[in-house]
Structure formats: C-alpha cells, structure tokens
Design a protein around this ligand. Structure first.
Ligand code: DX5
Ligand code: ZN
Length: 219
C-alpha cells in the first residue's frame, strides 16, 4: 500500500512560509499538514484560517488541517472556506462530534478524528464508521520536535485491525516524532499517512529531504 507523506509546516519558520510551500509544492509529498492550536486545547498558539487561505493559491497539494482547538463548531466554516481538503479535530473536545463530521462531509471535505496518546483507542471505535481519516498522536499535541512514543504502537495496531475487520475505508495518519525508523514501525503497524515536521526541517534541503522520505516509503 502507498504511504502518503504529510510534511508539517510547524517545523519551519512562519516568516519563510511562501518559500516552504513552494518547496513542498515541487516535492513528491501529496499532503501539507497544518497544525492549528488555540492556546486552550493545547498550551501553544499557532495560526488561524486566514493563514491557511493566504497559502491556498500557491499549491494544489492536499491541505491536511489538524485542529487542536476546543471550539471547532464556532470556527469550522472558516476552515472550510480557507480551502482545507481534510479537516481533523480531536475526540477529546466537548462538542457534538457526529454533527461536526456531517458538516465537514456535506462540503465534500474529508473528515478526520485525532486521538491523544492517553485516550484509549476504544473511544474512537464507533466514529471510525463515519470518518475518512484518524490521526493517532505519537506525541502530546502542542509542539513539534518531541520524541516518538513507542507506547502508541499497540493503538495503531488495534485501530488498524478494527478498520480491516469492519471493512472500513479510513486512512491512518501518524503525527509526532516521525523519522525513517519510527515511520517504518508505524507503517508496519498499519499506518498509511505519515506527518513529518522537525525531521524534515532540520535537514539541509527541505525539497530533497521530503523526496527522500517519500521514496523510502514508496519504493
Ligand atoms: C504536534 C503536531 C505535529 C507536529 C509534528 O502537536 O500535531 O503535527 O508538527 O512535528 P514533529 O514531526 O516535529 O513531531
Ligand atoms: Zn499535527
């Protein structure tokens, strides 16, 4: 099965975004991952819909938007209008999750649910029947550059088995601490999308590093 690479721009400098998007646009990565943080659901703040919409006309890559925010219902329309292709929010928020999923899918956008490391995988079971993607966090959400948590490997396997057993078509995306080694473990456990932030941005050339990672997982 194909492995999709979703470079996380959180790993780069926000003052350099046009250049970063241009490199990723030329790369073989299919997605670009946007980490939206509200300083409430997570102890960090990043950007809002305007930032995403300003970059939309610079590339046709899939905009994979990861909302680490509490009040999704209040802002959902803005992220839809900004040009998101996939919108993922967290299972841990106190909102009507099914309603949010329907609202996203009604706009022909893919809907995803993300799950934090301490949340048991069983909590996502029923929702797997109505979503397009699950993001399994392999770090505590909030910051790039953290180490991959091995403790989440069983969760990947359990979710992957459940998806197979029930014949569902749900992508499994891994977010946090991905590099060649950890990415391979996740792929073997059943993941088909890998988010990579700091690992790509600490290499000398973002375009080359992205293509190499993509090649490694798709040869
Ligand atoms: C963490 C974010 C991640 C992050 C991944 O809260 O959701 O997408 O950017 O970055 P690395 O690859 O550095 O762990
Ligand atoms: Zn993310």
């Amino acid at each position: 099965m194909k492995t999709i690479i979703s470079p996380s721009i959180l790993g780069g400098s926000f003052s350099n975004m046009e250049k970063i998007i241009s490199s990723l646009d030329q790369s073989e990565a299919e997605y670009i991952h946007f980490d939206v943080m509200d300083g409430d659901f997570v102890p960090n703040l990043t950007f809002g819909p305007q930032f995403i919409s300003n970059l939309r006309n610079q590339t046709k890559k899939v905009f994979d938007v990861h909302l680490m925010i509490n009040r999704v219902s209040k802002f959902l329309d803005e992220y839809i209008k900004a040009g998101s292709d996939i919108i993922t929010f967290h299972i841990e928020i106190e909102e009507n999750l099914s309603e949010l999923i329907s609202k996203i899918k009604d706009k022909n956008i893919k809907a995803g649910i993300a799950i934090k490391p301490k949340t048991p995988w069983e909590e996502i079971k029923s929702l797997l029947h109505s979503i397009d993607q699950v993001i399994i966090m392999t770090v505590e959400p909030g910051f790039g550059g953290q180490s991959f948590m091995d403790s989440q490997i069983d969760k990947i396997k359990n979710i992957s088995n459940y998806i197979k057993e029930n014949n569902l078509s749900v992508d499994i995306e891994i977010d946090g601490g991905v590099n060649y080694e950890t990415g391979k473990i996740c792929r073997d456990a059943g993941a088909n999308i890998l988010v990579a932030g700091s690992f790509l941005f600490k290499q000398e050339n973002l375009l080359t590093a992205t293509n190499e990672l993509n090649k490694f997982f798709n040869q």
